[in-house]
Design a protein around this ligand. Structure first.
Ligand code: FAD
Length: 217
C-alpha cells in the first residue's frame, strides 16, 4: 500500500513534501527512537511520548498494565508520530524561517498483543530497536514482568511521511536586500560516552553491542 492513500492521511498543505514511498516511512521509524502517541481519553485528546519498535508493517508499543494509557488505548483509535529534526532553517524574514525534517504519521487502531509468543516477539522488537543487542545480553522478562506489561500493535497500513530539505525559501525582495544571513543550521543527534553504573562489579566490561554504538567525547 502506498503512503497517504486514505483521506485522513493525505497532506493538505505543501503536498509536494509528502512521500508516497514506503521505504521513507521505514527509514524514519528505524532511525527515530521516540514517538508521540495521540488518542482520545474521556473525550479529550492526549499525546504522550513513547518508545517503540517496528517489524515489517507493524509498530509495537508497550506500557505498564497499571497505566492510564493502557486502559484508554485498548482497541481504540490512535495516531502515532515520529519526527527526525534535521536542521533549523534561517531565512531573511522571520516568516520564512522553517525546519528541515522527516516526519511520519500513522493512523489506526492499537490492538493488544496477548498471545505469549507474539508478545515476546513484540517486546524483542522494541528492545532491539532501542537497545540493539540487549535482548540476548540482558535477563529475559519473568512471568510477573510480562504480566505487568501490555503490548500493542499498530498497523502501518494508513500512514504518511512529510520531508523538508534544503535552504530557506525567501521572498525575492528579502534576498535582493542582501544584508541578512540565510541558510540551514543542521542538527545531529549522537550517542556519546557510556556512563557505567556506580554499583557495577569491577570485572564487568562494556559489552560490544554498547561499545560500538557509543562515541567517545
Ligand atoms: C519538526 C516539525 C515542525 C513543524 N512545525 C510546524 C509549525 O510550526 N507550524 C505548522 O503549521 N506546521 C508545522 N509543521 C508541519 C505540520 O506537521 C503539518 O504538516 C502542517 O501543519 C500542515 O499540515 P496539513 O494541513 O497538510 O495537515 P492536515 O490536513 O491537518 O493533515 C492531514 C494528514 O496529513 C498527514 N500529515 C500532516 N502533517 C504531516 C507531517 N508533518 N508528517 C507526516 N504526515 C503529515 C497526516 O496523515 C494527517 O492526518 C512541522 C512539522 C515538523 C516535522
Amino acid at each position: 500500500v502506498r503512503l497517504s492513500s486514505t483521506p485522513r492521511s493525505i497532506l493538505t498543505r505543501k503536498p509536494e513534501r509528502a512521500s508516497t514511498d514506503r521505504a521513507d516511512l521505514y527509514a524514519v521509524l528505524d532511525l527515530g527512537l521516540v514517538g508521540h502517541l495521540g488518542f482520545v481519553r474521556d473525550g479529550a485528546p492526549v499525546v504522550l511520548p513513547i518508545g517503540y519498535g517496528r517489524k515489517d508493517d507493524t509498530v509495537y508499543l508497550h506500557a505498564s498494565t497499571g497505566s492510564g494509557l493502557v486502559e484508554a488505548l485498548d482497541g481504540g483509535d490512535a495516531c502515532f508520530t515520529v519526527t527526525m529534526l534535521d536542521g533549523i532553517v534561517y531565512a531573511r524574514s522571520v516568516f520564512d524561517h522553517s525546519m528541515n525534517y522527516r516526519s511520519a504519521v500513522m493512523h489506526g487502531r492499537c490492538n493488544r498483543v496477548d498471545d505469549p509468543a507474539k508478545k515476546l516477539e513484540a517486546l524483542e522488537t522494541i528492545v532491539e530497536h532501542l537497545a540493539p543487542g540487549s535482548w540476548a545480553y540482558a535477563r529475559q522478562p519473568s512471568r510477573k514482568e510480562l504480566a505487568a506489561t501490555a503490548v500493542f500493535a499498530l498497523s502501518l497500513a494508513e500512514a504518511s511521511v512529510k520531508i523538508r530539505t534544503g535552504p530557506p525559501i525567501d521572498d525575492p525582495q528579502d534576498v535582493r536586500a542582501g544584508h541578512r544571513w540565510a541558510g540551514v543550521l543542521p542538527i545531529k543527534t549522537t550517542f556519546t560516552e557510556p556512563e557505567p553504573s556506580a554499583d557495577l562489579a569491577a570485572d564487568v566490561r562494556l559489552p560490544p553491542h554498547i561499545a560500538t554504538r557509543a562515541t567517545p567525547r
